[in-house]
Design a protein. Structure first.
Length: 273
C-alpha cells in the first residue's frame, strides 16, 4: 500500500487530525466498561428521581404538569453533559500525562478542541437517547412533546455547555490541577440561576436580572411555554443565541490566553507530575 502524504494545512489533513482525537477518545472509552456505564448511569438516576417526584405530586393533586419536570431533566442533562464531557476529556489528558504530547504534535489547539467537542456531542446524544426512551417507557413522556423547539433548545444548551467547559479548561491551564474542581462543577453554579425546574420569576430581583443573562434561562422558559400549549418563543431563542455567540467567543479567547500563559511559564510540562 502506498502511503498518502497530505499537506499539513490542507482541509483533509485537518479533518484527519480532528478525527484522530475522536478515534483516540472512543478507543479509550470502548476499553473501559465503567466509563461507558457512567455515561447513562447518573442521568438515569436523576430521571428516575424527578420522575417519581412528579408522580407523587400528581397523586397529591398538586397543580403541576408532569411533563414540565421531565422535560427540564432531559434538557438539563444536555447542558450538564456538554460542559462536563469536554472538560473531563481534557482532564484525562492531564491525568494520563498526555497533554504535553498533544501540544507538541502537529495537532493545533483548534483541531484538538473540535475533536473534544465532537466526541462529547456523541456521548451527549447517547445519554439523551437512553433517557428519552426511559422517559417514554416509564412516564409516557416523548421528546417530540417539545415540537420544533427541541432542536434549537438542545443546540443552544450544547453551546452554553461547551462555553462553560472551556472556562473550566482555562482555569486548569492558568492555575494548575488544583483548579480542576472548577472544570466539572461550574455548570452546577449556573443551575440555580437558569430556571430549570422553576420559573425565573421566583428568584429575588437582583438574581432574576442575572438569570436573564444566561442563555439557559431563555431556553427553559421557552420549554415551559411550549409545554403549556404556546408556540415556540423565537424571540427568547434569538436572545439566547446572541448570548451564546458572545460567551463562546469570550471563552475561546480565555482559553487561548490561558494556553499561551501555560506555555510561556512552562506549566504544560508539569501537568501530571
Amino acid at each position: 500500500m502506498t502511503a498518502v502524504t497530505l499537506e499539513p494545512r490542507s482541509l483533509a489533513a485537518r479533518r484527519r487530525r480532528v478525527l484522530g482525537v475522536v478515534h483516540r477518545d472512543f478507543a479509550a472509552l470502548r476499553r473501559s466498561p465503567i466509563r461507558i456505564f457512567e455515561i447513562f448511569f447518573w442521568p438515569t438516576v436523576e430521571l428516575l428521581l424527578w420522575g417519581f417526584v412528579t408522580l407523587f405530586l400528581q397523586t397529591q393533586r398538586v397543580p403541576f404538569v408532569v411533563a414540565f419536570l421531565i422535560g427540564a431533566v432531559l434538557l438539563w442533562q444536555v447542558l450538564q453533559k456538554a460542559s462536563n464531557e469536554i472538560s473531563i476529556a481534557f482532564l484525562e489528558d492531564i491525568w494520563s500525562r498526555n497533554l504535553l504530547n498533544v501540544q507538541v504534535s502537529p495537532l493545533s489547539s483548534v483541531e484538538y478542541l473540535i475533536g473534544l467537542v465532537l466526541f462529547s456531542l456523541g456521548k451527549v446524544a447517547f445519554a439523551v437517547a437512553v433517557m428519552g426512551v426511559l422517559a417514554f417507557v416509564l412516564y409516557g413522556f416523548g421528546l417530540t412533546t417539545l415540537g420544533v423547539g427541541l432542536v434549537p433548545f438542545m443546540a443552544l444548551l450544547l453551546v452554553l455547555g461547551w462555553s462553560l467547559g472551556l472556562v473550566g479548561i482555562a482555569a486548569v491551564l492558568r492555575f494548575g490541577e488544583n483548579a480542576q474542581v472548577i472544570a466539572w462543577s461550574l455548570v452546577f453554579v449556573v443551575q440555580p440561576l437558569a430556571g430549570i425546574f422553576y420559573p425565573v420569576s421566583v428568584l429575588p430581583g437582583p438574581l432574576e436580572s442575572v438569570s436573564w443573562l444566561l442563555p439557559a434561562s431563555h431556553v427553559f422558559e421557552g420549554m415551559r411555554t411550549v409545554m403549556a400549549g404556546g408556540g415556540v418563543p423565537w424571540d427568547r431563542l434569538a436572545w439566547a443565541a446572541a448570548l451564546d455567540v458572545g460567551y463562546l467567543a469570550a471563552t475561546l479567547g480565555l482559553f487561548a490566553w490561558a494556553l499561551n500563559y501555560a506555555r510561556r511559564h512552562g506549566k504544560l510540562s508539569r501537568f501530571g507530575d
